[in-house]
Each structure stands twice: as C-alpha cells, then as structure tokens.
Design a protein around this ligand. Structure first.
Ligand code: XIL
Length: 317
C-alpha cells in the first residue's frame, strides 16, 4: 500500500494456533491470511528461533520455520525472518554451558551459518539480533553479553552478512517507537556496526503497544527519522495493540487511534519500508499468555468481524 514495500502479518502454525484449540476457525483464518490484498508479507512468529532451529548443539531442525516460509513462497508473500540471536526462546544448552569466549563465538557463528544458510535467498530481511537493550539503553544481560560483551552483536551481523548477503540485516527490539534512552541505544548499535564497517540495514520496531498509552504520531515520526537519518531503513515488525479485556467502545477507539498513529507514522516516513502485524486474529494471540487480563490486540475478533482499528489502518496507509 501507498509508499510501503509491504504490509503483512506474522503467523504461528502450529504453536499459538493449536493452543487456542479452535480448529473450526482455521479455514477462515487461512483464507484471510492467504489474501495478498490483506497481507503481502509474513514472518514465522516462532519457528526460526534458536529453541526450534538448534535444540541441541549441532542438531538443526527447520521444519517448524519452514511451515511459514513455504507458505510465503507458495502464496508469493515477502518473508521477514526472525530471529538469529536472542536471549529468549534460546535452547537451554546455550544458557547452561559455561562457555569460554572462543567457544561461544563458535556457537554463534555455527548457528547463524546453518540457520541463515538454510533460508539463504528467501528472506527479505533477518532480525539478526533481537532485544539486546534494557529500557534505559544499557545492554541487556544474557549469556551472549555476559561472555562476550557487546562484541557478540558485531559477530552476529558480520556472520549474517557473509552467509546471506542479499538479506537486509536488522536490529529488532520493543519500545523503540518513541525517542528516549532505548531508542538512543538502537542508534548506538547502528553506529557501532557502521563504525566497525559491518553491514546493518535496518532497525525493527516491534511495536507491542498498549491502547491507552501508545506513542503519538509525532513521537513515532521523530524516532523513525532518527533511525533513517543514519542511512538505514526501518520497519514495524511485530505490531499489536492490546487493551484490558473485555474491550469496550472507548478502549476500541483508543486502539483505533493507536493503530492509525503507528501505521500512519510508517507510511509517512520515507525509509520506513513496511509493517508486520504480530498475527491478526485475537484467539491466536500470544498476548493473554504474557499479559494476563489483556488481549484483543489484533484486527480480527474471534467471530471474524473486524475491529474499528481495521478501518483506521486502511485509512492511514
Ligand atoms: C512471541 C510469540 O508470539 C509467542 O508465541 C511466544 O510464546 C513468545 O514469543 N518479541 C519478539 C517475538 O521478538 O519473537 C515474541 O514472540 C514477542 C516479543
């Protein structure tokens, strides 16, 4: 739509969808997903993560991630790939071993070599490093940071660039949608890589927002411009906007406004290339599991009618 390269939705199959136990909804869900006028792009919400792709050292499994990448290929959707190095949904063996720096470097290189190598040429973009920052902009503790310091970020991007030179390489995180210390941290990461001569192509804004306190349009435009000013692109990579359930007319209007501001900001900033919803159907959402009492964060209700926000998004693009 408009100036965007793509508008899409992540999907998780099996996974979230099986947890919902709503098999009767699959055909309608699949039909909406398949409609490229709705979604021209997708991301596997879970299947490419470390836990799935390398559950034991040197044992690689691409079956879960391929469900979505195959669907993308079959339906002619652009694929964003997610995520190579992340502290969460990491295979336990990575966290429970006492690594020397040299060993952990090998582990990272091997993981990226196999995983990015497997999907080589299929990914418009890879989230190379996910969530390396704390809210105050300092580095998040993780096995990677503890053993290697910030150097693991350089190593991850350098390796990804060698393995899949065509993919756009992204730093991805949440709460990067307004100016502040965390956004400054993302800027620091881009500069750190650029100064080291390592390829970085984009900043991914997850955008897991809360309807009642979402960033304004101006905040989002300002922060997007602060990223694109560095010569990289930006994208909304995991957009959802939760509210206290059950929703009411007021909260659905807040949500509509918040969706308009997020999608409108991306559409208005040159260099914000696309928007990915973190799924589109409320019953298949990850939100209620992680934020109890919240939900209805997506654009389709359980009965497949659309949220008011759906029309807001259409108008904003
Ligand atoms: C979430 C998935 O949607 C859930 O199914 C899973 O249980 C946990 O992870 N930031 C990210 C995503 O980068 O990978 C997360 O996805 C949501 C937060």
């Amino acid at each position: 739509k408009a100036g965007l390269l793509y508008f899409g939705s992540a999907t998780d199959s099996p996974g979230q969808r099986e947890r919902a136990g709503l098999e009767a909804a699959y055909p309608q869900y699949d039909a909406i997903f398949a409609d490229n006028d709705q979604f021209g792009q997708t991301t596997p919400t879970n299947g490419q993560k470390w836990l799935f792709t390398e559950p034991e050292r040197g044992v690689f499994n691409f079956t879960e991630g391929e469900i979505t990448s195959d669907l993308a290929a079959k339906q002619g959707k652009l694929l964003r790939c997610h995520a190579l190095v992340w502290h969460s949904q990491l295979a336990p063996w990575v966290e429970t071993t006492e690594w020397t720096p040299e060993e952990l470097r090998e582990v990272i290189v091997e993981h990226i070599t196999q995983v990015a190598g497997h999907w080589k040429g299929q990914c418009y973009a890879w989230d190379v490093v996910n969530e390396a920052l704390n809210e105050d902009g300092t580095w998040r503790e993780s096995v990677f940071y503890t053993v290697l310091g910030e150097e693991y970020i350089n190593l991850a991007f350098k390796t990804a660039a060698e393995i899949d030179p065509e993919a756009k390489l992204y730093y991805n995180d949440y709460n990067l949608e307004w100016p502040g210390p965390k956004a400054d941290g993302a800027i620091r990461i881009v500069k750190m890589l650029q100064e080291a001569g390592i390829k970085i192509d984009g900043v991914g804004l997850q955008a897991h927002h809360v309807a009642s306190r979402a960033p304004t349009l101006d905040q989002q435009i300002a922060v997007l411009e602060s990223y694109t000013a560095l010569g990289v692109e930006a994208a909304y990579t995991e957009l959802d906007i939760r509210l206290d359930v059950p929703s009411n007319e007021t909260s659905l209007q807040w949500q509509k406004g918040a969706y308009i501001n997020a999608t409108g900001a991306c559409a208005q900033v040159e260099g914000c290339v696309g928007i990915t919803l973190w799924d589109f159907y409320d019953p298949f959402s990850w939100i209620p599991y992680v934020f109890p009492g919240e939900g209805e964060a997506h654009l389709w209700f359980a009965d497949f009618t659309v949220h008011p926000a759906y029309y807001g998004v259409l108008a904003a693009l």
